[in-house]
Design a protein around this ligand. Structure first.
Ligand SMILES: [Ca+2]
Ligand SMILES: [Ca+2]
Ligand SMILES: [Ca+2]
Length: 411
């Protein structure tokens, strides 16, 4: 079992490395619609993009600091082909509900479980006393620079925390504490009630303010790699400090982090397929009319960017970047920042039709991949803020439902 998994993983990496040859600017091949650079990069930016692409696919070794406990040995191992990942690499966050709030059990290896380890080390298991777990599969990572470029004011303008317009939908922002290295841009807005707290937008509950935060977290919590931004290795409660490796910290320098950041910023938003088919166009109308678009907002824009390709661009992510209370069906009891167990950030729907390609033939949808079809994913909207919209979906004719799915697959 283990051997075949390893072969499968190296096959993925191998395919990726050979596909680098295609990064020379030119018309994308049919079907080759993700893992491409954003249009309009300068030659120097293209070189940075390629360096970042290589690091995203790079398999880190024990000598470079991998682990000793980890979940995967490369970014791409989870975000296959920059797309959605397989449940085989599920991240598990855990903690304990106490009378005074939720405790991420940092002294017991929280907030995340590293269930793989190097040879001669013990993998982490859930510690005694935990009460809740939150499983997450890797999301698609294209278009991140576009999402990062939306101003906080634009996100706040979509929020309706007290549902003043009475449509049952009350998206709100997640104010999270900024890291000490945070360098706020003019468009970042601080929580009016708590200094040092800013609007999160990355991760399934929007707990990360910036792409840099997300990458630093991934290096450490997914791969066991320390960086200039977080120099402390993971801790395994079962063997205490025996879990620390002998590779000097930081294990990766800020040059590596910055190249990954540039790559994440400049991965192209996905090219749509069949967007002018009659059923796709009809499905788009259904999507708008029954109210999916209230949360999966179709059009956003970036503000100023020093990268011309990201500067004042309009794009179509199908997310409002807000938290929504999805009710009991999707409640896992694990809060993050202001987000409760049942609140999730609206995921972008771009690239949805490509999910099966990167997930091994079957699509896995929702935060933990529990839905294996788009119809099932919509079914899980039946409790909480989206319940009226889910009812609208159930009232559609079969032809209208089919068109809606055709539209989703064209994204
Ligand atoms: Ca390490
Ligand atoms: Ca851990
Ligand atoms: Ca509302």
């Amino acid at each position: 079992m283990k051997k075949s998994i390893f072969l499968a993983l190296s096959a993925i990496v191998f395919i990726h490395i050979t596909s680098c040859d295609k990064l020379v600017p030119g018309a994308p091949e049919p079907g080759d619609t993700i893992a491409e650079p954003t249009d309009g990069l300068t030659p120097a930016q293209m070189a940075q993009f390629i360096a970042g692409d290589e690091l995203f696919a790079k398999v880190f070794t024990p000598a470079e600091g991998l682990g000793p406990i980890f979940i995967q040995n490369s970014c791409e191992g989870c975000h296959v082909g920059d797309g959605k990942g397989h449940p085989f690499n599920t991240e598990t966050r855990f903690g304990k509900l106490t009378p005074t709030g939720f405790d991420f059990m940092l002294d017991k290896g929280g907030p995340q479980l590293q269930f793989r380890s190097l040879q001669n080390y013990i993998a982490e298991t859930l510690p005694p006393g935990y009460t809740h777990t939150s499983d997450r599969i890797a999301p698609i990572v294209i278009g991140m620079g576009h999402l990062a470029g939306v101003s906080d004011a634009d996100i706040l303008a979509l929020a309706d925390p007290n549902d003043l317009d009475g449509d049952g939908i009350s998206g709100r922002v997640n104010y999270v504490e900024a890291k000490d290295y945070f360098n706020p841009q003019p468009f970042h807005i601080q929580d009016p009630t708590q200094s040092g707290f800013y609007i999160g937008r990355f991760g399934k509950k929007a707990k990360e303010i910036t792409l840099l935060d997300q990458i630093v977290f991934a290096l450490k919590q997914d791969m066991g790699l320390t960086s200039d931004f977080d120099t402390e290795d993971l801790y395994n409660w079962q063997i205490a400090n025996g879990a620390v490796d002998n590779v000097p910290d930081p294990e990766v320098g800020s040059d590596v982090v910055n190249k990954l950041l540039f790559y994440m910023r400049t991965l192209k938003t996905p090219t749509r397929r069949n967007e002018n088919d009659a059923d796709v166009l009809a499905g788009e109308q259904v999507f708008d009319q029954i109210g999916c678009v209230k949360c999966h907002v179709s059009t956003m824009k970036t503000g100023y960017s020093e990268i011309e390709a990201l500067n004042n661009k309009t794009f179509h992510p199908y997310t409002d970047l807000l938290l929504h209370d999805m009710g009991s069906l999707l409640d896992d009891g694990v809060p993050e920042g202001d987000a409760t167990g049942s609140e999730w950030r609206t995921p972008p729907l771009w690239g949805l039709g490509l999910a099966e390609d990167s997930q091994g033939g079957t699509g896995y949808y929702l935060h933990d991949g529990r839905a294996t079809s788009l119809e099932q994913a919509i079914g899980f909207h039946a409790t909480g803020e989206a319940s009226n919209i889910a009812n609208n979906y159930y009232a559609l004719t079969q032809a209208e439902k089919d068109n809606l799915i055709a539209f989703l697959k064209s994204l």
